[in-house]
Each structure stands twice: as structure tokens, then as C-alpha cells.
Design a protein around this ligand. Structure first.
Ligand SMILES: Nc1nc2c(c(=O)[nH]1)N[C@H]1C(S)=C(S)[C@@H](COP(=O)(O)OP(=O)(O)OC[C@H]3O[C@@H](n4cnc5c(=O)[nH]c(N)nc54)[C@H](O)[C@@H]3O)O[C@H]1N2
Ligand SMILES: Nc1nc2c(c(=O)[nH]1)N[C@H]1C(S)=C(S)[C@@H](COP(=O)(O)OP(=O)(O)OC[C@H]3O[C@@H](n4cnc5c(=O)[nH]c(N)nc54)[C@H](O)[C@@H]3O)O[C@H]1N2
Ligand code: SF4
Ligand SMILES: [Mo]
Length: 721
């Protein structure tokens, strides 16, 4: 006998595939949910095997506290563990001030958790020092989107629009491995006669699907985009009417692009001029076209300008703010979109508000019932925060990230973490970072708790509780509630996710990411296909959302009026910018960007380029997926992907261990020899700790605007191990 399947969503990536969970004799089983639009029932291996991490064999089921006597993590009661964390944070605050307490969050946390974590930092701890792993993910695209469109929502249109456009340029996304069920949108595009151009230094499974694959040297996408814009101008293919009516700043951006001659771009990027010409023509001949970026061009020390250059190409050709055309970023983590909207980011308040904006501070402080002046200002970005650990940040609360594996220059970050006076980690499993903690708090996970997530399309979804959690674990909301109570703020931190969401609605009302018209009830309607933000509340709801006491008091009336309200409710916004961009004057802004080199270019000592990324069967730091047998058999460990010519020069054979050395450190992993990669570049996935940790090598050079580290390019030397 099986229980009836409860509709919910995958714990991993930003596609947030719909799935059902049923419980049968063999435990928790995944069933298809074909009616959910985004993935139409399809799941990748990670989603299909996700219930394995629910098992008590691989996850934490009791709090752990480091024993003063043995120095080891030992089981403890919740009271003891939460008490220790509260004490560690309070003591740090008393001795060194509130900013000596750091908080680090994650883009996998639900909206409710991200919201509560940001509030916890600003209100219960009073610290400015909070940021999260999304800084390492899509922050460059977010910054560029803000700059050009006045708003950052990963995709300004639903995925379903992709098959109906004329041409897609996919820049540095290996969708076939990182969001497999989304590949169908590209397959359908081609079946409909549309063109696919993939830009990746490797001929990936995704690039194999393309009509045209350009394989630039890592770190040269900025030049490439500018070269294409140069060609578009030279061939008279710009959309002058669109530029005139809907944009500003074209002359400067045009002049900047014209300095990037195709021959110059070929020299920088290694992409031959004829291929550049083919790409420019395919893009312009399409009628309507899209550019989609992912981590390839974004995780660079010039990621913001690089995305800006791709946006300029879209704007110059009229491919923005109209149907079936535009620029989009393929956000990565499960709640990568929502996680960047509700306040766990260093400079941000809920609703995608700015912490430096007095009106935003007043609004949010009103919802929180605190004095606006009591809210701290912006803090440091993720890498800068990690780099300051043991310096002026003495204690850290970490929720939803495993930086010992995933942060750039990881050996240094690990050493910084070890130098903390106090570290508390809330996690599902004993991650590499949790192993260093003074207190580990075991938390419930996706299928065991309800919460909302916002997928890469800006679609807000309800992820429902489908199974019960083992005894001994508590939710992240419970953890924050308990800690806040110890710190004298118990009331502002409810443990019921719906209650938190109701507060989030009010806090976000009137902000860029306005959720005030969305409710749990609404998210269960239809096929649970969700609601796209912005979705402002209307009528009575809006009054209540504004916290207008008189209207809110008429709650019963509002309830009886619910049916009428449903008719007038805001439908949500699947497609943005069709009438105007979100800038003050409604025009999209060109930014005059020019090419610059990577922070570290190859030289005699470090002659090879290293780039890093993902494989199909592992997720991120691997904390979850390395605990699933089926995924481990498919992707058992790290490797160094290199071209046969490079392998021959080094005299390395397939499978032989190679040592990769950078200015930050070294890593050792077996060689995987393949002609699908450029011969001047090697690739390492970053999912593993220890000897094969790719991030022992990576360069923490930061983008000046987004503070994104340069994960995708650094200089290395290879040796036979
Ligand atoms: N299987 C799996 N899926 C995942 C994840 C995972 O860990 N595993 N993580 C999720 C998350 S959080 C994210 S952010 C997404 C990431 O999704 P993607 O961005 O698709 O993943 P990556 O492998 O990091 O990078 C994509 C491609 O960029 C290429 N690349 C490297 N350097 C450059 C460059 O300089 N320019 C260009 N144009 N391309 C370059 C790489 O060769 C790689 O094929 O995936 C999500 N989905
Ligand atoms: N070299 C290199 N490094 C990279 C990248 C790259 O391309 N190259 N990509 C970067 C990118 S895009 C990203 S997004 C980061 C991701 O890297 P991390 O931030 O390390 O991400 P995860 O491995 O997903 O870590 C999430 C942790 O939170 C736990 N967890 C899961 N759900 C919950 C929950 O609900 N609550 C709590 N408390 N814990 C939970 C998991 O068990 C896991 O230990 O890595 C970055 N690092
Ligand atoms: S594509 Fe992403 S959301 Fe879908 S099943 Fe795989 S990991 Fe989960
Ligand atoms: Mo990411």
C-alpha cells in the first residue's frame, strides 16, 4: 500500500521540478507530476534519488556540541546546543560588538528561512555582517540586470517562451548536465526551426545540441560579446527605433563596442572571425532572439560588465522588452532567485529593497516593530566576510552552505574558519564545514517541511511537507526562534512557515520583488504552477499588507469578500518589461563596457588556464549528493579534464593522477583526456573535498560591482603526480 502522493518540489536546483512523494513499503518514493509545467514530470537523477538523503543513515539526527574535555563533537540535547550557540554569540557581542558576529546563509533556503535569517541578523543580533553563497552564484547577472533594466529577475519570461523565439545564444551554461529537464526547451526550439548558439570553452553535452558552438578561452566572453555588437553595427543590423524609444546611453556603448574589431576579438578569445560573423548573422536574422547566461561568463572578476555586454547586444538589436525576446540569467540554486530577494544579502532588505534606502528601512522597520535607526547598514560580501573570520568577525552562524568545499581559495577560507572563536552550523548532514563547528544543529529538509521557493523564472512555488522528520531534528525556523528567544527577541521569530510568509508579504509590499498578493492558499490552486512576482496585493488585501490597522481589523469582512477578491487578484507577472523597464525613466540603460583581462593570465610559471564547474550526478559541495550511492557510482570523484595535446606534452595517460598547482595551492586528481576541451585549458568539477578540491586552486579576485569571485578562470601548472 502506498499513501497518496503529495505534490512538492525537488530539493536541488533552480528549475524546482515538480514531483510527488508517496510512502510505500520501501520508504519514500518519487512519483511523476506530469501536470506541473516547468519539467512536465521529467526529473534528473539527483531529483529522482533525493529521498535517499532523508534516511537517518546519512543525515544528522541529534545536535552535536564540541566537548571541552575531548575536543570532539558529542551528542547533546537541543536545549544544551541552542544554549551554547546563544552564549557563543552573546559573549562575542558583549566582548567585541555586534559586528563581530557573522551570519552566512544559502540560496537553497526557502524564502521564509532567508527572510527570517536576515531579520535575525539585523534585529536579534544587530549585526551588519551577513551574506550568503548566492554571491558566488548569480550575483554578477543580478548586478548587470539592475544596472540595465532597474530590476533583477533571472528570467524576465517563462521557459515556455524559449521554443518560440528565433535564436538563443547560451553563454556558459551546461544545461544538459545542470538542468537536464530544461534541455527540452532547446530541443523544441530547434524542432521549430530556431537556432541555438552555445558559447563554452568545452564541447559539452549542451554544446553538442547547438547549430553553432563557439569555444573561447575562459574569461574572454566580454570581448566576444563586444565583437558581436561591433559586427551588428558594422552590418547595419541595429534596431534604431527600439534604441530611440526604449533605451538610453547608446552612443557611449556603441563607441565602446566599435573599439572591438573582430580580428582583435579573435586574438583575445581564440574564436575565428568567420564564426563570429556567423553568430552575429544568425542572431540578427532570427527576428526575435534571446541571450541566456549562466556561470561561465558570470563567475569572473568582470562578470557584471560581461553580462552588461550581452545585454547591450540584446538592446541594440531590439531584443528586450518585447515578446519572445530578451536577456535572461539561468539562476542556479533551488531558491537562488527568492534567496536573493528577502534580506540575507549584505546590502538588502526584504522585497529586494536596499538597506541604504531610508524609505525601505522605514517600511521594513515598521513591519518588524523596531526603530529604523536600529537597523545596521550594509555588510561585507561573502568572500570578504569569510576572509575576515578570525579577524574582526569572531563568531559565525552558518545555515545552508559548505564553504570549506565551495569557497574560492578554500584552504585559506578553511584556515579562517578554524581561527574563529565560535562556529555554529545548522545542516542536514555533517558537512566538511559542520565538522569544524563548535555546535552542529541538525535540521529538517525539503520533504519534511513546508515553505516557498522562487524558481529561475521568478515563479513562486509552494514546496509542501510530504513526510515526517526523524525525532531529534528541528527546522531552521525553530533554530532561529530558539536563538532569538535567548537573545530576548522570541516574539518576532515564529516557527510556522505560513506565519513567516504572511509577514514576508507585508515586508515585501511595495518593493521590487512584491509578494504581497501571494498566499499559501493561492499557491495550491490549479496544478500548483505558482505565481510570478511582482504580485502586489489589491483592494482590502493591499490595505492589510500595508499594515493599515483600521482595514486590517475588518479581517472577517475581508474573509467573506475573498471570493470577489479572487476575481480582482493581481495575476502575477510572467513577462516583465513589455511596456517599460523598471528604471526611473522606463528606459533600459546601455552601459559602455570595454574588455579587460582576467585577474590572472597564464605566464611562464603557470602556463595553463583552469576553469571549474559541475557534473550531472553531483550537486555543489556534494554534501548531499555524495551521500547517495547511485550518484556516487555515476560520479565517484574529482578529475582533471584535459586535451590530448596537453596530455601528450605532460606525458600523462588517461586515469593517471595529475597535480594542478596555482598561486593559491594544489590539487591532485586523475586525468580525463578528451578532445572536447580547448588545449590551453583544463577543467575540474568542484564537488569534492580533500586532495582533489578544485577550490584549493581558484582565485578570489572579486568583480568590483557584484563582488563575485573568479571561479571560472585562473592560471595553473600541471605536473605528473
Ligand atoms: N548537476 C548539477 N546541477 C546543478 C548544480 C550542480 O552542482 N550540479 N548546481 C546548480 C547551481 S547552484 C548552479 S549555479 C547551476 C550552474 O549551471 P551552469 O552554469 O550550467 O554550470 P557550470 O558547470 O558551473 O558552468 C557552465 C559551463 O561554463 C563553462 N565555462 C567555463 N569557463 C567559461 C568561460 O570563461 N566562458 C564561458 N562562456 N563558459 C565557461 C564550463 O565549461 C561549463 O560547461 O547549476 C545548478 N544545477
Ligand atoms: N570552483 C567553483 N566553486 C564554486 C562554483 C563553481 O562553479 N566553481 N560555484 C559556486 C556556486 S554557483 C554556488 S551556488 C556555491 C554552492 O556551494 P555551497 O554553498 O557549499 O552549496 P551546497 O553544497 O548546496 O551547500 C548547502 C549546504 O546546506 C545544507 N542544506 C541543504 N538544505 C538545507 C536547509 O534547508 N537548511 C540548512 N540549514 N542546511 C541545508 C546541505 O546539506 C549543504 O551542506 O558554490 C560555489 N563554488
Ligand atoms: S533538474 Fe534540478 S530541480 Fe529538476 S530534478 Fe534535477 S536537480 Fe531537481
Ligand atoms: Mo550556484
Amino acid at each position: 500500500m502506498h499513501t497518496e502522493a503529495i505534490p512538492t518540489h525537488c530539493p536541488y536546483c533552480a528549475l524546482q521540478c515538480g514531483m510527488g512523494l508517496a510512502t510505500g513499503p520501501g520508504g519514500v518514493e518519487v512519483v511523476e507530476r506530469p501536470e506541473f509545467p516547468v519539467n512536465g514530470g521529467a526529473l534528473c537523477g539527483k531529483g529522482r534519488t533525493a529521498p535517499a538523503v532523508l534516511s537517518s543513515r546519512v543525515r544528522l539526527t541529534e545536535p552535536l556540541v564540541r566537548s571541552h574535555a575531548t575536543g570532539r563533537l558529542e551528542p547533546a540535547t537541543w536545549e544544551e546546543a541552542v544554549g551554547r550557540v546563544a552564549e557563543g554569540l552573546s559573549r562575542t557581542r558583549t566582548e567585541h560588538g555586534a559586528d563581530a558576529c557573522g551570519v552566512f546563509g544559502g540560496g537553497g533556503l526557502t524564502n521564509e528561512k532567508a527572510y527570517a535569517l536576515g531579520k535575525f541578523a539585523r534585529v536579534a543580533l544587530g549585526t551588519s555582517q551577513i551574506d550568503y553563497n548566492g554571491r558566488f552564484c548569480m550575483s554578477s547577472a543580478a548586478a548587470a540586470g539592475q544596472r540595465a533594466f532597474g530590476l533583477d529577475r533571472g528570467l524576465p519570461f517563462p521557459l515556455e517562451d524559449i521554443p518560440r523565439t528565433g535564436c538563443v545564444i547560451l553563454v556558459g551554461s551546461n544545461l544538459a548536465e545542470t538542468m537536464p529537464p530544461a534541455l527540452r526547451y532547446l530541443t523544441e526550439l530547434r524542432a521549430n526551426g530556431g537556432k541555438l548558439i552555445v558559447i563554452d570553452p568545452r564541447r559539452t553535452r549542451t554544446a553538442e545540441q547547438a547549430d553553432l558552438h563557439l569555444a573561447p578561452r575562459p574569461g574572454t566572453d566580454l570581448a566576444l560579446a563586444l565583437g558581436l555588437l561591433h559586427l551588428v553595427v558594422a552590418e547595419g543590423r541595429t534596431d534604431e527605433a527600439f534604441i530611440e524609444e526604449r533605451t538610453s546611453g547608446w552612443q557611449e556603448a556603441r563607441a565602446a563596442a566599435m573599439a572591438h574589431w573582430p580580428e582583435y576579438v579573435e586574438r583575445i578569445s581564440g574564436v575565428p572571425v568567420p564564426q563570429l560573423r556567423d553568430a552575429a548573422r544568425m542572431f540578427c536574422d532570427a527576428g526575435a532572439a534571446m541571450v541566456l547566461t549562466a556561470r561561465g561568463p558570470e563567475q569572473q572578476s568582470k562578470g557584471t560588465d560581461t553580462v552588461g555586454a550581452w545585454i547591450n547586444l540584446c538592446l541594440a538589436t531590439g531584443n528586450a522588452g518585447r515578446p519572445l525576446a530578451g536577456y535572461g540569467c539561468l539562476t542556479g540554486q533551488g531558491n537562488g532567485q527568492g534567496g536573493r530577494e528577502h534580506g540575507q544579502k549584505a546590502d538588502q532588505l526584504p522585497g529586494y529593497r536596499k538597506l541604504t534606502d531610508p524609505a525601505a528601512r522605514a517600511h521594513v522597520a515598521g513591519v518588524w516593530g523596531v526603530d529604523p535607526d536600529s537597523l545596521p547598514g550594509p555588510g561585507r560580501s561573502a568572500y570578504e566576510l569569510l576572509d575576515a573570520l578570525g579577524g574582526d568577525i569572531k563568531a559565525l552562524l552558518l545555515m545552508g552552505s559548505n564553504p570549506v568545499v565551495s569557497a574560492p581559495r578554500a584552504a585559506h577560507v578553511e584556515e579562517r574558519i578554524r581561527s574563529l572563536d565560535f562556529l555554529a552550523v545548522a545542516d542536514v548532514v555533517l558537512s566538511e564545514t559542520a565538522q569544524l563547528a563548535d555546535v552542529v544543529l541538525p535540521v529538517t529538509q525539503w520533504a519534511e517541511e513546508t515553505g516557498t521557493v522562487t524558481n529561475l523564472e521568478g515563479r513562486v512555488l509552494l514546496r509542501r511537507r510530504a513526510v515526517s522528520a526523524p525525532d531529534g531534528v528541528r527546522s531552521d525556523l525553530d533554530v532561529l526562534h530558539g536563538l532569538a528567544a535567548h537573545l530576548g527577541h522570541g516574539k518576532g521569530f515564529p516557527t510556522d512557515p505560513e506565519e513567516v510568509f504572511e509577514e514576508l508579504r507585508r515586508a515585501s509590499a511595495g518593493g521590487a520583488a512584491d509578494y504581497s498578493g501571494i498566499s499559501y492558499a493561492r499557491l495550491t490552486e490549479g496544478n500548483g504552477e505558482g505565481v510570478f512576482w511582482p504580485c502586489p496585493a489589491q483592494g482590502d488585501e493591499a490595505d492589510a499588507a500595508r499594515g493599515d490597522e483600521a482595514d486590517a481589523a475588518q479581517g472577517d469582512e475581508a474573509d467573506t469578500a475573498r471570493d470577489d477578491e479572487a476575481d480582482t487578484a493581481h495575476p502575477g507577472t510572467p513577462r516583465l518589461f513589455l511596456d517599460r523597464f523598471a528604471t526611473e525613466d522606463g528606459r533600459a540603460r546601455f552601459v559602455p563596457v570595454v574588455h579587460r583581462s582576467a585577474a590572472e593570465e597564464p605566464d611562464a610559471e603557470y602556463p595553463v588556464l583552469l576553469t571549474t564547474g559541475r557534473v550531472l550526478a553531483q550537486y555543489q559541495s556534494g554534501a548531499q549528493t555524495r551521500r547517495v550511492d547511485e550518484l556516487n557510482s555515476a560520479a565517484p570523484g574529482p578529475f582533471v579534464e584535459l586535451h590530448p595535446r596537453l596530455a601528450a606534452r605532460l606525458k600523462v595517460e588517461e586515469g593517471e593522477p595529475v597535480t594542478v598547482v596555482s598561486r593559491r595551492g594544489k590539487a591532485v586528481a586523475p586525468a580525463r583526456i578528451t578532445s572536447t576541451i580547448r588545449s590551453d585549458t583544463v577543467f575540474m568539477p568542484f564537488h569534492w573535498p580533500g586532495e582533489g578540491r578544485a577550490n584549493s586552486l581558484t582565485n578570489p579576485a572579486l568583480d568590483p560591482v557584484s563582488r563575485m569571485p573568479e571561479f571560472k578562470v585562473c592560471a595553473v601548472r600541471l605536473e605528473r603526480a
